[in-house]
Design a protein around this ligand. Sequence first.
Ligand SMILES: [Zn+2]
Length: 240
Amino acid sequence: MLNHYPRFHEGASTGLVHKIGGLPWGLPAHLWPLCADCERPMSHLGQFPTHSTELDAPALPHAPDEVLFLFKCEWDSGCFFWEHSEGSNQVLSVPRKELGDAPTHPPTIDAQENGEELKVLPELGVTRWIVQEDGVPADVEDDFYDYGRHSELPRDIAHPQGWADQFNTKFGGVPYWTPNGAQGQPDLPPGRLLLQIDSWVIMDDESLSDEVANFCSDGIAYIFIDCSQSPPVFSMIINR
Ligand SMILES: [Zn+2]
């Protein structure tokens, strides 16, 4: 199947570019999500236009003119941010026409009593995309969403690209599962993989990597889209 593997550099251009961390560009302030558990603002995890004129950038399947924003709870509150049903992470897809023209700052909070401040994650912009087939036949795609069937696939099919770190952050294709496989946390959300982000991403020169966020130390975040619902429903899990 076809995949788009990004490479990153520290910092990002202004505007609606592909990036991890930093501040979301133009997100209406009232849409900044709060964690359903600790009730504090979540940290911005990434911003990805559904379509872009950047060379080789992926076109996401659900809307021609929206921007995807990812958030997760980064407070040291014991929130279950790895589960899709706990409200401690969130995926928003917002039409461009509803976005402003400046970075959005997080809501002010009353949490400074312990010297705590909302964690702004390191900003990493996409410098280029590697577009590559990974050898997974389309007729086994469904097996990647079933714990039993996935574990029975031949090893080179079940773990595409040799399980190499350089390919664990990507758009499209099937989920490249961590050693725990397709069981999810505690179950898989509906739909299919839209993108996945490793806890460390590969920088432009391939020899360096930068840490993204707290993904349970070495997990991968998987973002799903369920296009059987209208509008599509997004979910995020983090698996180790
Ligand atoms: Zn929380």
